[in-house]
Design a protein around this ligand. Sequence first.
Ligand code: SF4
Length: 382
Amino acid sequence: MFKDMSLIDHRVTEILAGGSATPEDALAVLRAPDDEVLALTASISRLRREHFGNTVKVNYLVNLKSGLCPEDCHYCSQALGSDADILKYKWLKTEEAVSQASAGLAGGATRVCLVSSGRGPTNRDVDRVSNMVTALKDEHPDVEVCACLGLLKDGQAEKLREAGVDAYNHNINTAESHHDSIVTTHSYADRVNTVEQAKSAGLSPCSGLIAGLGESDEQLVEALFALRDIGSDSIPVNFLMPFDGTPFEGTWELTPMRCVKILAMARIVCPDREIRIAGGREMHLRSLQAQALHLANSIFLGDYLTSEGQAAEEDLALIRDNGFVVLGADSGSSDVLSSSARHERDVSKGSGEVRAAYRDQGVSHDPVARRRGAGTELQPNA
Ligand code: SF4
């Protein structure tokens, strides 16, 4: 542990000058006392400012196919054997996928993440997603598209690249030394292989983790160094949302302070990579979301794959209120709604009820299953 916060500041200065964090630095950040977390954030935020200024990248998820997955990832509400009460549907049609993605872009996102449940795509699935990407880019030529379709087979990454996909997401999720205790139907090596295939095809690799799966501090550090070494350009940091009906039901290992320390550790290990606060942001960071933005430089707008996030307008207010700006918002690449238009639309889709639902959750903070957007008749939260 750092005996004195001036030591971490000294290490940050060395990293700014071209050095790199050691596993000991990373562990010390994770184990910082709670009353030092504000100082820790201030110090490590220098790395975030150096590489990303005051920008926040805003990403939007479209769940193209929900549930019905044959894999057994214990943390996942869509997995084989999960009894979580989530939306389940087969592939969205191209028009619906484009319409959902367009809502996210209008809401301020610059990257759209097209995600499907399942072990991995068939070649027909790759064609289907390729058609969606072509149609989406016809309407929004500047959109950045990330596909997340599971384990890739030879040639599929190249096909996606040819279709205009910019990035491919496949999370390693946890340390290699912890992997087999959270999933048995595929291996850590399978996951790394897919990230490598994406990279080789010229897709920007996006790979991250989930914290709160019973891993040790050392395993969190192991996972971050693996992500650094694998060359992940963007690193989504998820905080476990323990859905009822999954093996992790009732697992609450994280506190807001712990989540901030995890993001600080991610930043010091990977100072120039996109660190994205992903699933579980509202549930676990709670009132520390703003502090976390001084470490991370990217968030998802609105809802997650199977659960509802806070209202998209609150996400954008979080960014604005804390002196950050949405990356690309001034470039004209996204058709962001005016605040009055957004207010009118939010009222029409009942975001007030969503906020009330969050309040009513009290201390349990159970995930709220998504019931709007992709796969439903209701407007998306964007
Ligand atoms: S994480 Fe992906 S592969 Fe694993 S169960 Fe969920 S949808 Fe299936």
